[in-house]
Design a protein around this ligand. Sequence first.
Ligand code: HEM
Length: 510
Amino acid sequence: MPVIQDFRLRANSWIGTYGALLLAIGNLVLLQLCICVYRIWFHPLSKYPGPAILKVVSFPWIYTTLIKGTGPRSILELHRKCGKIVRLGPNHLAVDGSIGFPQVFGNRKVDHPKLPGFFIDFPNAIIGSNREVHRRQRRQLNPAFSDLAVKEQESIVTRYVDLLLDKLSEQEALQKHVNIVEWLNFTTFDVIGDLTFGESFHSLEQSGYHPWVLNIVNSVRIASIARFLLWYIPPAVLSIGLKGTGIMKLAHEARFYAKEKALARISLGPVPKDGRRDFMTYMLNKEQNGGGMSETEIVANSPFLVGAGSETIATALSSLFFHLASNPSIYKAVADELRSKFHSKEDITVQSTTSLQHLNACIEETLRIYPPVCESPPRISLADGVVDGNYIPKGTIITVSQYATFRNPEHFQEPGSFLPQRWFPPSHPLFEDRFQSDNKAAFKPFSFGARDCIGKRLAYAEMRVLAARFLHVFDFDMLPNQEDWLNKQLAFVIWDKGPLYIALQRRSTS
Ligand code: HEM
């Protein structure tokens, strides 16, 4: 009897323990089921279409965009299937730019700050700052990007463009094919180094990446992995977890170098040599509208300016070269126009290139078909609001994808084809009536609103001068088997480009 009793007791306690465990698991499953039902049918965002899985958990989307790198094409597909507002996660919407730019990014009543933590590496820089800090920093930086400033900066831009052409001439003389992506990176980073710190990275001179520049170029995917992890893990825990890993080493090296470079420049004062103003001059100016920036803010902003003002332009120009090489008749029109207009390379300036209709149309079309920043940094709604007549509750994350907006057939005829003539004025002989219906107001490659790109003027100036001078000096062909260079690229907010090889022929007249 005692044996049976003992067995019963043990069985009871076993059933008790496991029963309680099963009950707990059952409750948990039930709770999760209730959450799923709530998120799909009763959540304030439940009326927005989207795949059921995305309504329930954020993981699939976060993984797609931050780890797989197929975000731009996925959003395009989702907008095509589901319309202009699509659910990307339980609290996350993708809004087509035709609505999102004016009504979210341009909303003056309801603040839509950047998603906290998205710019974890730049907490004190303009890009990730809160409204008040942003306003002050933007006022401080605005004069560095005015028309007048770009005029002053022109000689720096042309100096490095000409150095690029000299270096490429050397390569051509040796009959070497060049990876144009790399050379464009050397140039745009040298320019921005000089504009920011008064000193270039010397990549062109040395025909190789400066270690910091290489670090920035290589960090695109790593930064994206870090963002993915930060979605789920608090920053303090993550930095303990990643201690001693390659990721932390790269991040530390980048931070260390940026800080050293910024502090060295700060120590020279606002106008260090020959009265020339660099971005530091503007950031250090206490009398300026913004009232001055702290040392911490300057140290945070300078590497951001370097990254934002270089990689983007190199991306746009490599894509321009790719599309020109892929479309011989367009290439010919661009080249003929500028070669007939300019007899010497020196005539090609920021101002004189504004009249190059073919080149400017090609630049716009490049930014449309392949926006260098394929998706604006996500925003979060700080109050309940209405977008396009639809209620959007406080706390909703909003993503506007440039790539998906500019390839939306509702906005652009044949959106996947490179058709620069759509940007000509209607009076131009090559303009076709079908382009009348293109919704050019939706085209915002530099984003929109108070936090749009501050460097837009500089970007256009640099793209025009570099492309025009290049085509004045060289003809080029793309090497075979690179037709899928663009379509195979992955994106982590910006594109992970990969090399693009071209063969150069120096023109005899230049
Ligand atoms: C083709 C070239 C470029 C493109 C497509 C581009 C695009 C963008 C985009 C989409 C944003 C994000 C705006 C937002 O959060 O809504 C941005 C921000 C910014 N860009 Fe550019 N950019 C380019 C070149 C430049 C250049 C040359 C600079 C010069 C340093 C620059 C400096 C900045 C800065 C400082 C911000 C933050 C502005 C703020 O938060 O107020 N960008 N850019």
